[in-house]
Design a binder for this molecule. Structure first.
Ligand code: 3PG
Length: 209
């Protein structure tokens, strides 16, 4: 299965911005601001009509950052993400259909878990790397520490409720590959095209560990 490739993407930067883009026209500039700040990987959520176009634009215009598609809720989303040029795909949870499709998809697939049972299902399906979502609400650092006992081989990218103030504690956990979040692209900064502010947030995040 292709999940092997996902770990390389998750190790590109300690922090992965999770961005929701309303206007694909800003996607390349946003990606460049992250690159200037030292970030090499980004998740563009499939939550807007512009998302696939934004992924295409980043993949075409900014080779120094790897763009993944997030909020992949169906097998059809997974295929659309690959077709748009996403380097990998991420879900906020997992379904049997996605676990199955992700084993042979054109791009590496990262399912998410929030409980031990979901993790057992993912491991049984052959996966080793998972998004842990919603990290803050589902037990945060204590939960990841608890997972380490029974599931020593599982690796995580926690997202959901993480901030610059808490990210370091996540990154210090041995079973965490990187952490993600939307704090690096505040809606008002995107609306104002404030690339300097986003670059500054990225620099701080890139130096988190
Ligand atoms: C995600 O999809 O990973 C989350 O929306 C990111 O969560 P956050 O907005 O709390 O950082």
């Amino acid at each position: 299965m292709k999940q092997g490739g996902i770990e390389e993407f998750l190790r590109l930067s300690p922090v992965m911005p999770v961005v929701t883009i309303e206007d694909a026209g800003i996607a390349a500039d946003l990606a460049r601001a992250f690159v200037r700040g030292g970030i090499r990987v980004i998740e563009v959520t499939l939550r807007t009509p512009a998302a696939l176009q934004a992924i295409e634009a980043i993949a075409r215009a900014e080779p120094d950052i790897c763009v993944g598609a997030g909020t992949v809720l169906s097998v059809s989303d997974l295929h659309s993400a690959a077709k748009a040029g996403a380097a990998f795909a991420i879900s906020p949870g997992s379904t049997l259909a996605l676990l199955e499709a992700g084993r042979t998809s054109a791009i590496p697939y990262l399912p998410a878990v929030a409980t031990a049972s979901e993790l057992m299902n993912g491991l049984a399906a052959g996966y080793r790397c998972f998004k842990f979502f919603p990290a803050g609400a589902a037990g945060g650092i204590a939960m990841l520490k608890s997972f380490a006992g029974p599931f020593p081989d599982a690796r995580f990218c926690p997202t959901g409720g993480i901030t610059q103030d808490t990210v370091r504690s996540y990154l210090e956990l041995p079973n965490v590959l990187c952490a993600g979040g939307s704090w690096l692209s505040p809606a008002d900064a995107l609306a104002a095209r404030d690339w300097a502010r986003i670059e500054a947030l990225a620099s701080k995040a890139a130096a988190s560990l």
